[in-house]
Design a protein around this ligand. Structure first.
Ligand SMILES: Nc1ncnc2c1ncn2[C@@H]1O[C@H](COP(=O)(O)OP(=O)(O)O)[C@@H](O)[C@H]1O
Ligand SMILES: [Mg+2]
Length: 419
């Protein structure tokens, strides 16, 4: 560990990797000379970038550079081996497909990134999107990772039009994302619901591509979660069909690659990519921390961009709070035409109860019971108090009262508001 200022001279194609682990530490990065980028976003010379606890960063240079690091890092080293040339070739191939698409005014490539946990899927998505937006493209990011996704809060899937490179310390700007509430942090909790949501999201993305010419030629990059076995594998196959995927980028796992080559239709290109030696495995705790951090940022913003959420009390009777998924009926009791798994996508109206404390609630755009599950959400509130006697709830909300809609859907995700 060190607090002092450190200087690093990098040769072309090298990468400086560092981790900020200690809870109180902050690390500052600046570029003294040359050219460098962080996950595809160019660093501005002389500007100070701040990284907080949990950050695992790689600063890559194509032509060589001198970097300055200030503050306490737990791990810091220069790597000579990186997969960046391969990732950049991947980008070049997608860019060729975009040029073809542009000429014919058709949809550009839809590329889906798959692989087990902690192989750099989210990072590759970011690199590819950054490179393409730097070429003047306007690609769409689809994030299907409900645990460690990059859109809205955990427990959701969504899409985001990428109009500028990700901010080095804060990721992509969250402007008008399309968000669907799934309500769990892992896919196995309710695959039936996930399939409904993925279909809706794909239709919304398709609509967006139809009306936006530039986005249409640019295509889509889909990030996924690390569940690649059994049901998870089936979901990968289903998702690629629903999103009409043209290219599947498989990170790290050859077995998964071979399975996909076998099972994907011929017109889908399946490509194997090595993971970067810099990708670090994250423990269960680290994952939970990063989910918590994302929710905190949703309400309170980031150090650079603070938000000031509102807190207000609402009468229970003024709200309709639903849970998705009814208790299963025995097969013999199923109403005619109902399939055994249909109960997983049924809405159940909830009565006030103390168990809702700290839970996130999705604010639906719809009031029609039939449509609620399939409708994107306006945003999230968090239950910070429940008064069962007075039948009121206190909500933490990014927006002041009133809520845009009184229909709320319960999420499994919780947040302890300690500010
Ligand atoms: N080349 C690299 N050097 C250092 N850290 C990296 C590198 N690539 C990715 N990381 C970090 O490793 C962690 C896991 O990467 P991520 O892309 O989130 O993996 P996945 O999405 O497959 O779970 C992230 O914290 C990311 O910032
Ligand atoms: Mg990821």
């Amino acid at each position: 560990m060190s607090e002092e200022i450190q200087e690093f001279k990098l040769e072309p194609d090298q990468e400086l990797r560092f981790e900020v682990e200690s809870k109180t530490a902050k690390v500052y990065l600046s570029l003294r000379s040359g050219q460098a980028e962080v996950f595809g976003t160019e660093i501005v010379k002389g500007k100070l970038y701040e990284f907080i606890a949990g950050a695992k960063i790689a600063v890559f240079t194509w032509f060589g550079c001198t970097l300055e690091i200030r503050g306490q890092t737990d791990v810091i080293y220069v790597a000579k081996e990186t997969p960046m040339v391969v990732y950049s070739n991947c980008h070049a191939a997608l860019e060729n497909m975009r040029m073809e698409a542009e000429k014919e005014n058709i949809k550009g490539p839809t590329a889906m990134i798959v692989g087990p946990c902690d192989v750099g899927k989210s990072t590759l998505a970011r690199i590819l999107l950054n490179y393409s937006v730097r070429e003047g493209r306007r690609p769409i990011l689809v994030d299907l990772d409900v645990g460690q996704g990059s859109i809205s809060v955990p427990g959701t899937i969504g899409a985001l039009l990428i109009e500028r490179p990700a901010s080095i310390d804060e990721g992509f700007a969250q402007e008008a994302p399309l968000v669907f509430n799934y309500g769990h942090k892992s896919l196995d909790k309710n695959p039936a619901l996930m399939n409904v949501l993925v279909t809706q999201l794909a239709a919304s993305v398709k609509e967006k591509l139809e009306v936006n010419k530039r986005a249409r030629a640019s295509g889509v990059v889909i990030n996924t979660c690390g569940w690649v076995k059994n049901e998870g594998y089936k979901m990968i196959l289903n998702n690629s069909k629903v999103f009409e995927v043209d290219v599947v980028l498989v990170l790290d796992q050859e077995r998964l690659y071979n399975e996909l080559v076998r099972d994907m239709p011929d017109f889908v290109k399946v490509i194997f990519l090595q993971k970067s030696g810099g990708v670090v495995e994250r423990s269960k705790n680290v994952r939970a921390d990063s989910r918590n951090q994302r929710i905190r940022e949703y309400f309170y913003g980031t150090p650079k961009n603070s938000l000031y959420p509102h807190s207000f009390e609402i009468k229970w009777s003024d709200l309709k709070v639903y849970r998705i998924g009814a208790p299963p009926l025995p097969d013999s009791c199923l109403p005619l035409g109902m399939k055994p798994k249909d109960h997983m996508t049924k809405l159940v109206l909830l009565t006030p109860n103390a168990g809702l404390l700290h839970h996130l609630l999705a604010v639906s755009f719809s009031e029609d019971e039939e449509e609620i599950i399939k409708t994107q959400v306006a945003g999230f509130v968090c239950v910070t108090n429940i008064d069962t006697e007075r039948q009121t709830v206190t909500l933490l909300s990014p927006q002041p009262k009133p809520l845009p809609n009184n229909v709320l859907v319960l999420s499994d995700l919780q947040f302890m508001d300690s500010q």
